[in-house]
Design a protein around this ligand. Structure first.
Ligand code: VGL
Ligand code: ZN
Length: 207
């Protein structure tokens, strides 16, 4: 079946209800967090490699509505021809809100994204300006052929990371039961888009 790795996407305080995050995703309660950590521990015990992505924005990041005069949270603007949703400030580098909420030692690497103030980066592989992170190189180094992806948010960063992984030639599974979306409509759309792209959608991790 080829070598497999897990990628946990953006399980950070600002995206969770437990920590009263600025961009809390529905369903991110204590039960969800415990379930994810338990599954990660099981995977680690079986020797699977686990990676994490971490949204890591400077305070002047372009995706924050506060950096656009007269805009409000969730407004949509055009930036260099791309649609950009303006979010509440979140995951600011070196703050509580940016912390990953499970044991950080579970990860072989934590890949930070969204560090360039000028570009957003839903994908763990590259930002909207096309600049790559180190994630692909690390997976190739470990000869990974299949990635199992889950986390937050299913309709944004999980989706973008999964689609890029597929584009890069990895076999991709997204674990729906360990992911949460910002809204039901965009979550349904994301699941359809990913399925059409040849990504497997699973309820749980299969060992
Ligand atoms: C995300 C919105 C803004 C995510 C990151 O992790 O899905 N969503 N930045
Ligand atoms: Zn972000």
């Amino acid at each position: 079946m080829g070598k497999e790795a897990l990628i946990l996407v953006d399980l950070q305080a600002d995206f969770t209800q437990v920590k009263n995050g600025s961009l809390a995703v529905p369903g991110t309660d204590e039960v969800y967090l415990r379930l994810v950590e338990e599954e990660l521990r099981r995977a680690a015990m079986r020797g699977l490699l686990i990676f994490a992505t971490q949204d890591w924005h400077p305070p002047n990041h372009i995706s924050f509505y506060t950096n656009h005069p007269d805009k409000r949270a969730f407004d949509i603007v055009q930036l260099e021809g791309r649609e950009q949703i303006l979010w509440p400030p979140h995951c600011i580098q070196g703050t509580e809100g940016a912390r990953i909420l499970v044991d950080n030692n579970l990860f072989m690497a934590i890949v930070k994204k969204g560090r360039d103030p000028k570009y957003d980066s839903y994908s763990g592989f590259r930002d909207d300006g096309g600049k790559q992170t180190e994630l692909e190189a690390i997976l190739r180094y470990h000869q990974i052929q299949r990635v199992v992806i889950f986390g937050l948010a299913l309709d944004f960063c999980v989706k973008a990371t999964a689609l890029d992984a597929k584009d890069l030639g990895f076999a991709v599974t997204v674990v729906k039961g360990l992911s949460k979306g910002v809204s039901p409509e965009t979550t349904l759309e994301a699941l359809k888009t990913m399925e059409r792209a040849g990504i497997q959608i699973r309820e749980g991790i299969e060992f």
